[in-house]
Design a protein around this ligand. Structure first.
Ligand code: 3HC
Length: 310
């Protein structure tokens, strides 16, 4: 074991990707299954708030763009479940854990999409935050996860741009549209900051994940990057950042911002967000409703395997 651990540590130190067949500490495997599995769940649950607006998109163009985005998210989820399976995770088990509340998904998806501007805010702010996090994960130490991120980031950029463009149209529209846009930013701004996780001094997984180069930047570093990227965009389209403490610090070159409502963050993580129950219920129904398809596919696969052997 010592020689294996030494070889693993050396690979991490030299930025050599850890691959499925490589020896790895159990704890490294476990935390990757935890993070990749939750990332996959986030992608699939994230389809729900946006999917809610496909039939109510304001034009055929917006409907087509939203359809494409939601389909992309499904693909991201499947990609990430496959990455988790390379570590020995079982997809059914991950699903069961999600439905039983034993695995998480991103807190952001426990907020409702009340207006069309919310769909724009999700594309612009949520996918914008996801990009900041996922670009960093393109250099994560576990090979399959890093490669999945490269593919996913390409599509996320389209998601963020379409969201920003939709929001810009609203912000430059009628006074009612501009108000709807501002209302969406007011409701999604702080939950988007929470996507990056607890502050560094309250993050139980970060230190080890940074040591193993699963994480290349801390929660607070990525959150700051997102704020620095996004505040100019908000101002550019004539909207306001819903934070009285937001101010650009000429010395540091960063935006300073107010205190996040961590009580809200942890309440949502505990299942007390506006839509937690609805989201899990939708996933449970979909999982149970799709059992016959999984069973039929398994029977078909067994038949094919028997044919090959015969
Ligand atoms: N929502 C839900 N749970 C969260 C969270 C959030 N926003 N932030 C942190 N947590 C959880 C962690 O999972 C951990 O709980 P666990 O130990 O039971 O898993 C606990 O809070 C403590 O947080 P840590 O900072 O110690 O945990 P991590 O080191 O795992 O960091 C993370 C949290 C930054 C979210 C990290 O897991 C990560 O980078 N995950 C991959 C990216 C991801 O999941 N993004 C979600 C959005 S995906 C998306 O938006 C798709 C887009 O296309 C729409």
């Amino acid at each position: 074991m010592d020689i294996q651990l030494e070889h693993f540590d050396k690979s991490i130190q030299q930025d050599i990707s850890i691959e499925p067949k490589d020896w790895m500490p159990d704890a490294y495997r476990k935390t990757l299954i935890r993070q990749i599995g939750q990332h996959a769940h986030s992608e699939v649950v994230g389809m729900l708030p946006e999917g809610n607006w496909i039939t109510r998109a304001p034009s055929l163009k917006r409907k087509a763009v939203l359809l494409a985005k939601v389909q992309d998210e499904a693909g991201h989820g499947l990609y990430l479940y496959s990455a988790a399976e390379t570590l020995g995770a079982d997809r059914d088990d991950m699903m069961d854990k999600l439905i039983a509340g034993k695995m998480k998904y991103s807190s952001i998806f426990n907020y409702p999409t009340l207006t069309w501007a919310d769909v724009a805010a999700i594309g612009w702010l949520v996918d914008g935050a996801a990009i900041v996090n996922q670009v960093a994960l393109c250099r994560t130490s576990y090979g399959p996860y890093a490669r999945a991120m490269v593919r996913i980031c390409k599509e996320e950029s389209f998601h963020q741009r379409q969201g920003f463009e939709a929001m810009m149209m609203l912000a430059n529209g009628t006074p009612e549209q501009k108000q709807m846009a501002q209302d969406a930013v007011n409701r999604f701004w702080w939950p988007a900051l929470m996507m990056f996780g607890p502050s560094d001094d309250h993050s139980p997984n970060s230190a080890q994940s940074m040591a193993w180069k699963i994480k290349r930047f801390s929660n607070d570093e990525l959150r700051q990057k997102f704020v620095d990227n996004t505040v100019p965009q908000v101002l550019q389209i004539g909207l306001q950042v819903p934070d009285p403490d937001i101010r650009f610090n000429e010395e540091t070159g960063h935006y300073e911002f107010g205190e996040i409502n961590w009580d809200e963050f942890y309440a949502v993580l505990k299942g007390q967000g506006p839509c937690n129950h609805e989201r899990i219920e939708a996933r449970r129904k979909a999982w149970e409703g799709g059992k016959w398809v999984r069973d039929a596919a398994a029977v078909f696969a067994q038949k094919q395997a028997r044919k090959k052997v015969a």
